[in-house]
Design a protein around this ligand. Structure first.
Ligand SMILES: Nc1nc2c(ncn2[C@@H]2O[C@H](COP(=O)(O)OP(=O)(O)OP(=O)(O)O)[C@@H](O)[C@H]2O)c(=O)[nH]1
Length: 418
């Protein structure tokens, strides 16, 4: 499987919602076994959200993941309130009211983060959100002071009685939680913006926490797992920013440099360059040019083979094929060249629809009567046989690419056989 598809799978909505669902489902299925393992470490479990959530807040600032930072602030506050303002099992009237307010406040605040742009934690939108959170806290405290025990009891008996066989939490609150979590699920499936899946993950774990509020260690476990997902999200997003080209979603130049450091033995390097791309940009505009770059990346990735494809820079790509010499790689490279050449690109008005659909699906069939253009690429190839270093192989492939261009373009050139 090429690196391109590995990245695509990790970034897909299905993977992003699927992984936390699998974790939560496993927790539910093997609850007794998991509790038996973690219960002896309950003190450690209790403090772990206090360590992990501040770490998320701290890392979110330099890593530009403000929404993760805000999620962690909400979760930390929720966890603190659950640990310090509730007595389990929830029998006292004031505890019941507090738990309802905490859950409603926690989940609404988490959900609102779907609406925020990805900025730094201490940006204008971040600070506004934190002010809103403070306001919510004040309203909560006023409500607890203002509502009498008799009124809470009436509320409990009239609207909020739990279905004991299902959960000790009021079913109306559970429904509210599930509704927000399911809505968030669809936000990930249909939008899948940078932090959507992590909002969903937090909602999912907080719903599980509500569902099993009175089970010991469950709140600690849920908040720790949510923090773990956020830490992984911050790390993988930063890795992506550093190593994945944002336009084509292929690994970029830095990823290639690291790959080159580890290359040894027999391998082939091919430099791929789109022909007359400046002309294409001048004729159809830079935005269409960008889409062509994405299309070429996608077409190259679809041609099967165990090669790794990188965006070298501009309209140039690098293909690394391990375990094969240049001659053995020619068939694969020619297939890439011909696949690109034979793809009929429909140039649409950008106000209507782009060449490639936003979710990166290839448009295979072209509508009748639409004018099409075909682009071509030139490829220069060299292998590690008789060459001492990767720099030399790249230089030789570059030289071969220059020859491919000067010999008429739209060809694969291997200088050893030229
Ligand atoms: N749209 C778009 N254009 C880019 C990007 N990076 C580089 N380019 C353009 O790619 C073009 C490269 O042009 P040249 O190096 O002259 O090459 P060419 O026109 O492809 O000609 P040959 O390589 O000789 O076939 C320039 O016009 C750059 O502006 C990008 O990320 N997006």
């Amino acid at each position: 499987m090429s690196l391109f598809f590995t990245f695509t799978i990790f970034r897909s909505a299905i993977f992003r919602v699927g992984l936390p669902i699998v974790v939560v489902a496993s927790l539910c299925l093997y609850c007794d076994n998991i509790l038996a393992i973690v219960s002896p470490h309950s003190e450690l479990m209790q403090i772990s959200p206090y360590i992990m959530l501040p770490l998320v807040i701290f890392l979110s600032q330099p890593f530009n993941q403000g929404n993760s930072g805000l999620l962690a602030v909400v979760m930390l506050l929720g966890y603190y309130l659950i640990q310090n303002h509730l007595t389990f099992p929830l029998i006292a009237e004031v505890d019941k009211l507090s738990s309802w307010l905490i859950i409603i406040g926690l989940q609404l605040s988490l959900f609102v983060i779907h609406l925020l742009p990805e900025r730094r934690l201490l940006s204008k939108s971040g600070v506004n959100f934190l002010l809103l959170l403070t306001l919510q806290l004040i309203i909560g405290f006023i409500a607890i002071k203002a509502i009498s025990a008799a009124e809470i009891d009436l509320l409990w008996r009239t609207y909020l009685k739990p279905i004991e066989a299902l959960s000790s939490s009021p079913y109306l609150l559970l429904m509210f939680s599930v509704l927000l979590t399911v809505t968030s699920f669809f936000v990930v499936v249909f939008r899948n913006d940078s932090s959507d899946h992590i909002v969903f993950t937090n909602l999912l774990f907080s719903t599980l926490c509500l569902y099993s509020f009175n089970t010991p260690v469950i709140p600690e476990l849920c908040f720790s797992l949510a923090a773990t997902f956020m830490l992984v999200h911050i790390m993988t997003s930063s890795h992506e920013l550093a190593f994945v080209d944002q336009l084509t979603e292929l690994p970029g130049r830095r990823a290639l440099e690291i790959e080159l450091k580890h290359l040894s033995g027999l391998y082939t390097i091919a430099m791929v360059d789109i022909d007359h791309f400046k002309h294409f940009n001048d004729n159809y505009g830079h935005r269409t040019g960008d889409e062509v770059l994405r299309l070429v990346s996608l077409l190259m990735s679809k041609v099967s083979g165990r090669a790794k494809i990188y965006r070298y820079g501009g309209e140039e790509f690098t293909i690394v094929i391990k375990g094969k010499n240049a001659n053995q790689s020619m068939q694969y490279l020619n297939k890439i060249r011909s696949t690109i050449e034979n793809y009929d690109m429909v140039i649409r008005n950008h106000q209507q629809r782009p060449i490639i659909e936003p979710n990166f699906r290839l448009k295979i069939s072209k509508p009748v009567d639409q004018p099409t253009v075909n682009i071509t690429v030139s490829i220069g190839v060299a292998d590690s046989q008789n060459l001492l270093s990767t720099e030399e192989v790249i230089k030789a492939a570059d030289k071969a690419l220059y020859r491919a261009k000067s010999s008429g373009r739209n060809r694969v050139t291997n200088l050893r056989f030229a």
